[in-house]
Write a protein that binds this ligand. Sequence first.
Ligand SMILES: Nc1ncnc2c1ncn2[C@@H]1O[C@H](COP(=O)(O)OP(=O)(O)OP(=O)(O)O)[C@@H](O)[C@H]1O
Length: 311
Amino acid sequence: MKPHIIETHGLSYSFGKRQVLHNLELRVPQGTIFGFLGPNGAGKSTTIRILLGLLPVPKGQVMVHGQDLKDHRIDVLRRTGTLIEMPTLYRHLSGYDNLEMNRRMVQAPKSRVEEVLQIVGLTQDAHRKTKEYSLGMSQRLGIALALLSDPELLILDEPTNGLDPSGIREVRELIIRLNNEHGKTIFLSSHLLSEIEKCATELAIIDRGRTLYQGSLQHLYQGAFTSNVLQLETSNNSIAYKLLADHQYELLPQEADALAVQVHDKEQVALLNRLLVDNGIGVYRLSMNTHNLEELFLNMTKGEATPSAVL
Ligand SMILES: Nc1ncnc2c1ncn2[C@@H]1O[C@H](COP(=O)(O)OP(=O)(O)OP(=O)(O)O)[C@@H](O)[C@H]1O
């Protein structure tokens, strides 16, 4: 099993009397793109501010890079790059000069500026003033700034917010490249579920400060499969109904000219098909609606999650 680059234990947080995080148990495996999803007000930014040492940890423990944030804040931050929404840039300066100013602050070698420009694909535009940059280019420069100290972990809070489709694609492709080619672990908070779906392999879904799901995207889909209903049309639905009922399939109220059966995994679909065919029943249609992450997320945050989907 991969070590966890971020681990929280019983993390709770209150603003005054208002508790906004309730015993969060995050486990972010090293080397992943980890999606951190939640509707507005779920507690994503609060969690990120805690991970970056910007808010105290009043209750619980936060381990980053295997170190307790409370005792090793400076070292943890040195090894962590961040971009919170839009980067703060000097708009009258070039991308290169913005990087150079920050390079001195983090005491990275001079050659690092060219390296990060290349990584984010801004070498050609390095000497243009950043006020001429598109939003996507500005975001990539923001990521370049976060990369100056060559951190193992990048924490990106809504990095595609406000970008047009091509800007979103640029940033997404960069995130994937940073993970695949440069080995960075990326903790990516976003409300754009379709974005998370396109690049994350692991994720946590939170709502009202509580974890609804944590694990792999694949497992989430398998969890969703448990609530799936298979629809089928056969050459003789009444005989098929009886046969399936005799074999303990969970039949749901019949629809017009189709049967509806609750299934729990793909193998069950194959077995059911074979059972019908072996008994001389023609199978004309087998169909299932699989959810995308957007639907799952909406169901979960409406409180309709299947308990089996929550690890
Ligand atoms: N400084 C603050 N004082 C009081 N309450 C706050 C403060 N900051 C955030 N909150 C509250 O804490 C809860 C979590 O907010 P947070 O910003 O962490 O959520 P979020 O998931 O990042 O939402 P969004 O996607 O809208 O940014 C919300 O109910 C918010 O109103």
